[in-house]
Design a protein around this ligand. Structure first.
Ligand code: HEM
Length: 440
């Protein structure tokens, strides 16, 4: 069976209305007001507030409005599944691992409710509430007086360590959740692995991602503590209409299951109700694997393009498989059993041999580039934030990664961090919150 090309997920046009958090909701940082005043921003074109007077200010405001209108519309927060899982990568992302520091199950529940409230507000946008004289502002102000949605998605997940003896959750451990394994080519840094909780933010601009992180961190202080973090970016597709590239120069994300096919998503991505050994609360969630992979780009740039292409199985410039002439063409491995055109060791051939036996191991991949400047010896510290979603880590990610052991690409990359998580089921409405069925 062959993979279908990825199709862009639909991004809804309008933001949904937002309720301020309920009265009496505890904020982990006392003295910080959480919530919104004035309701939601009214969509990408309509609801931004501008302040200023005089012609110069008006012109500046008009220019600013034009800029803001180019920003992405809100992605509805409520739904059966979390809204950040299916869409194509947006320009900016941050992946942040936290350890839970809540002191009881009740505090942990409060933490999850607070994360929900903040995510609901931030993804819709709106005007933060005014604060009285003498108190800290309710918002960092880094996006100006009105918080723009800019396509922000907040994906929240749990790691296996949350199910230890602290919160009485041991019997609710998801069936396939374990600490991340180490594979033969890995060089894992424990300080950049695992975590009780994971937050995956994506938006159209870096400032929106960072604003969301600051907002969530300040409102959850005392309930969770950041553990490791990585920021990433996805470039525009070049040429337009193709697929963004990774830092090895190749398009990354061409072959994926179809996110518009409910049957494929139910077979490959979403944990199904009644799944064997799965606690019922996991239904609608999805296992998230994060792998932080350094690329030795100085070394890679000395390899000739022909050899690079045989390592992946695709042309660098066009993204076409080496045996075909279309970006989404299906490589024909059956007529090339010896690997004369696409080597048997090519990354894409090992990752997805396109046989009936391997069809159930397909994963939904999402890749971002990272750039952390220089390493201690002055080499570029760049690479890939590899994420994938699946129904069962062992059947899918582990099977794919195991087939990739020893591939030629391993000389040019080094996985150093990441973790295994369960992205929680979606928050269905204004009364629901992340993990309600887990914590109830
Ligand atoms: C730095 C590390 C990696 C790089 C540079 C890389 C790059 C690529 C490229 C260029 C492609 C072909 C284009 C496409 O279909 O998107 C691809 C495909 C793929 N990669 Fe990776 N990848 C990396 C790591 C991984 C890892 C860790 C996994 C999973 C364990 C993985 C699984 C896949 C799969 C499943 C495909 C699609 C194969 C197909 O259906 O034809 N990749 N990757």
């Amino acid at each position: 069976m062959s993979s279908e090309p990825a199709e862009p997920a639909e991004v809804p046009e309008v933001s949904e209305s937002v309720k301020p958090p309920g009265p009496g909701r505890r904020s982990f940082l006392r003295g910080i007001a959480s919530g919104v005043a004035g309701g939601a921003v009214a969509g990408a074109a309509g609801g931004y507030a501008y302040h200023g007077s005089g012609t110069g200010a008006d012109q500046a405001a008009a220019a600013n409005l034009a800029e803001l209108q180019g920003r992405l519309p809100a992605v509805p927060f409520h739904g059966k599944h979390q809204a950040g899982i299916l869409p194509e990568p947006k320009a900016a992302t941050a992946v942040i691992s936290f350890n839970a520091t809540a002191e009881s199950r009740a505090e942990l529940t409060e933490l999850f409710r607070t994360v929900t409230d903040r995510a609901r507000f931030l993804t819709a946008g709106g005007t933060p509430p005014p604060t009285g004289i003498g108190g800290p502002a309710s918002d960092s102000g880094t996006l100006g007086p009105t918080v723009v949605p800019d396509g922000l998605t907040v994906t929240f997940g749990v790691g296996s360590t949350l199910f230890d003896d602290r919160y009485g959750l041991a019997s609710r451990l998801p069936a396939h959740l374990t600490p991340m394994e180490s594979f033969p080519n890995d060089d894992l840094d424990p300080a950049q692995c695992g975590g009780d909780l994971i937050l995956h933010l994506t938006a159209g601009h870096e400032d929106v991602v960072l604003h969301a992180l600051r907002d969530i961190a300040r409102n959850t202080r005392g309930g969770m503590q950041a553990n490791w973090r990585i920021d990433g970016f996805s470039s525009p597709a070049r040429p337009a209409g193709t697929v963004p590239r990774n830092q090895m120069g190749f398009m990354d994300g061409i072959s994926n299951p179809s996110v518009t096919s409910a049957s494929q998503m139910n077979e490959l991505v979403w944990v199904q109700p009644g799944a064997a050994r799965e606690p019922s609360w996991t239904a609608g969630g999805s296992y998230l694997v994060v792998r932080l992979i350094r690329m030795f780009v100085e070394f890679w740039d000395r390899v000739d393009v022909y050899e690079q292409q045989t390592m992946f199985g695709r042309y660098r410039d066009s993204g076409y498989p080496l045996d075909a002439d279309g970006i989404y063409a299906t490589p024909d491995y059956a007529t090339d059993p010896e690997g004369n055109v696409i080597p048997l060791t090519a990354h894409m051939r090992l990752a997805n041999p396109r046989t009936p036996q391997t069809a159930s191991s397909r994963i939904l991949r999402r890749a971002w580039n990272y750039d952390r400047g220089l390493d201690p010896v002055g080499d570029l510290d760049v690479g890939l934030i590899f994420t994938c979603f699946q129904q069962d880590i062992r059947r899918q990610f582990t099977a794919v990664q195991t087939r990739l052991i020893g591939e030629p690409l391993v000389d040019y990359i080094s996985p150093f961090g990441g973790g295994y998580f369960l992205a929680l089921p979606g928050v269905v409405d204004g009364n629901d919150y992340y993990g309600r069925a887990l914590l109830a």
